[in-house]
Each structure stands twice: as structure tokens, then as C-alpha cells.
Design a protein around this ligand. Structure first.
Ligand code: C5P
Length: 302
């Protein structure tokens, strides 16, 4: 069938409010217990189906590959395979605001946005469940973004999801230290005693499920990557120290890094801290929890 049309989407970033690594698996991956939370920072995508055939990806903003190596390209390919009767050319334009290699899940969120956008443009041939299954084939974090949840407890390699209500009252500042972290490299730093049992992530998730505040929770900000990655990366340690100096109640790492994030007591304080860090030349933004990983845009985003 031939479809034509265009859709604009916000591909939100995520933070892992708690990230435990349980151990190595036989397939080379690691088992996790983590609480994903979508946040306000986002990339913006326009996904178009027009006459012709093939897949085209164009990116503006942070430099990322535009060919097959871009996860958006692979997401379009996976969708076309799954929705067998689709004819047309898929064009994807990504306005990249989220730094690649930042641990914010930008590439995964972009890929999920492509799946969600193409599904919407073609009359939803994939069910919500089908979308999450295709998303998980693309990468460990993509399933969360495609799930429609604002927050979730994730287990397995990150693809087994229990949706949660988004955290309330969580003023945040995210800082980019300046150089990316490769996720595979960061996993390679783990030693046996870095593994934990998943209890902290489970407890934090239970609290969110009950709608209780998490701002002062012990488990908030626990991240198994923090010690090994910070030990190797003075720029990450500096960014954390800057956040603490700016008044963060707590600071942690985004995913496997490189971004760091801080929790502030209120939105005004988070905003003034981000402004002060930007005035010093840092990439720093105040943000907070979002309600969905991928959202159809009303066209007012940049
Ligand atoms: O799934 P994704 O492509 O995002 O993972 C990138 C790399 O991170 C994998 O190739 C693997 O080395 C590592 N990884 C892991 N365990 C996970 C997720 C990722 O070891 N649960």
C-alpha cells in the first residue's frame, strides 16, 4: 500500500534514576535492574513518507552519522520489514539537541520516535506490544522509549518493562562534561564486586508506583557505572563537582555517562544553577520528568 504524509515528534531523553547491574550474561549482555525516567530535554524529528523508495536520514545539530549506522535508519528498516505491504520513501530529519554518547538515550529515543511515527503514518499496523518488540531488537533502551510510558522499571538487558507513574517534584540539571562515553567500554570496566542484587531499583520503583516522593530517597541516583567511569574520567568528576557546588542535593551519572545530573530542591534553584553553569561555558540545562519517552509534537518545538 502507498502512504504519504509527515509527522513531527519529540524524542525525549531519559535518566536512570537508579541503575543496578546484576551480572554478566552468556549472550555478552548484562542483566540490569533500573528505573527509567523520561525527562523534558529532547531531540525533534520529522518523519515523512513520500513517493519513491528507500530510506534517507538527515541530521542537524550534534554531528551524528546519517547513513545505515544511524539507529533511525535501522528503525525505519525494521519497520518496513514488519509492515510488509508498505511502499514509499521514508525521509527522517533529526534535530539533534541531545549529545551523542551522553547516556541520555538520545539515539535510542530517536529510533523509537521513527517507529512510533511510521506506525502512526501508516494506520498503526503494529500494536503497542508489537512496537515494543521491534524496538527491543534495535537496542536495549529503545523498548522503553517506544512503550509510551514516562517511567518504568526495566529488567533483563533493559527491555523487560513495568510502566510506572513519572516521578513528581524532581527539579533536575543535566550537564555534558565534553567527551562521550562508549557504553560497551563502560560495561568492560565492571568487576565482580560492582554487581548488586537489584533491591534498590525495586524499592524506588515501588515508591513511584505508590506515588510517593522520591527526591530524598537513598536509592535515587545510585548508578553502578558511577565509580568505575568516574575513576577513569576526570571530566566527569569535575562536572559532578560543579553540580554540587551549584547546590545540587545529589549528583549522579546518566546511564553509563558521560552526562551527569543533579537534583535540586526547587525549579528556580535548578534554573539558576543551570544558568550559572552555562555562564561558565558548560552545556547545562534545567529540566524535569516528562510523561512520555516519545510524543507527537504540536509543532511548537524547535
Ligand atoms: O543494546 P545496546 O546496543 O544499547 O548496547 C550497547 C552495548 O552495551 C552492548 O553491545 C553491550 O556491550 C553493552 N550492554 C550490556 N548489557 C546491557 C546493555 C548493553 O552489556 N544490558
Amino acid at each position: 500500500m502507498t502512504y504519504e504524509g509527515s509527522i513531527r515528534l519529540r524524542a525525549h531523553a531519559k535518566l536512570n534514576l537508579c541503575l543496578e547491574v546484576l551480572g554478566r550474561r552468556e549472550d555478552g549482555y548484562h542483566d540490569l535492574a533500573t528505573v527509567f525516567q523520561a525527562i523534558g530535554l529532547h531531540d525533534t524529528l520529522t518523519v515523512t513518507i513520500g513517493p519513491g523508495e528507500g530510506i534517507e536520514v538527515r541530521c542537524v545539530g550534534w554531528p551524528v552519522p546519517e547513513g545505515r549506522e544511524n539507529l533511525c535508519w535501522r528503525a525505519a528498516e525494521v519497520f518496513l520489514e514488519a509492515a510488509l505491504d508498505l511502499a514509499g520513501k521514508v525521509s527522517i530529519e533529526v534535530h539533534k539537541t541531545l549529545p551523542p554518547g551522553g547516556g541520555l538515550g538520545g539515539g535510542s529515543s530517536d529510533a523509537a520516535a521513527v517507529l512510533v511515527g511510521l506506525n502512526r503514518l501508516t494506520g498503526e499496523p503494529l500494536t503497542d506490544e508489537g512496537l515494543v518488540i521491534e524496538a527491543a531488537r534495535l537496542g536495549s533502551d529503545v523498548a522503553f522509549f517506544a512503550s509510551g510510558a514516562g517511567a518504568a522499571l526495566a529488567t533483563g538487558r533493559g527491555e523487560i518493562l513495568t510502566p510506572l507513574p513519572s516521578a513528581q517534584d524532581l527539579p533536575l540539571v543535566v550537564v555534558w562534561p565534553g567527551e562521550p562515553v562508549s557504553t560497551a567500554w563502560a560495561y568492560g570496566l565492571f568487576e565482580e564486586n560492582d554487581f548488586t542484587d537489584g533491591c534498590q531499583a525495586q524499592c524506588l520503583a515501588a515508591k513511584m508506583e505508590r506515588g510517593e516522593p522520591v527526591k530524598g530517597d537513598e536509592a535515587l541516583g545510585f548508578n553502578a557505572f558511577l565509580t568505575p567511569v568516574a575513576a577513569q574520567r576526570p571530566d566527569v568528576r569535575d562536572a559532578m563537582a560543579d553540580l554540587e557546588r551549584a547546590g545540587a542535593m545529589k549528583a549522579s551519572l546518566a546511564g553509563s555517562g558521560a552526562c551527569v545530573w543533579g537534583v535540586f530542591d526547587n525549579d528556580e534553584h535548578a534554573q539558576s544553577a543551570a544558568d550559572a553553569l552555562r555562564a561558565e561555558g558548560r552545556w547545562a540545562f534545567a529540566t524535569g520528568p516528562a510523561h512520555q519517552g516519545v510524543a507527537i509534537s504540536d509543532g511548537t518545538d524547535s
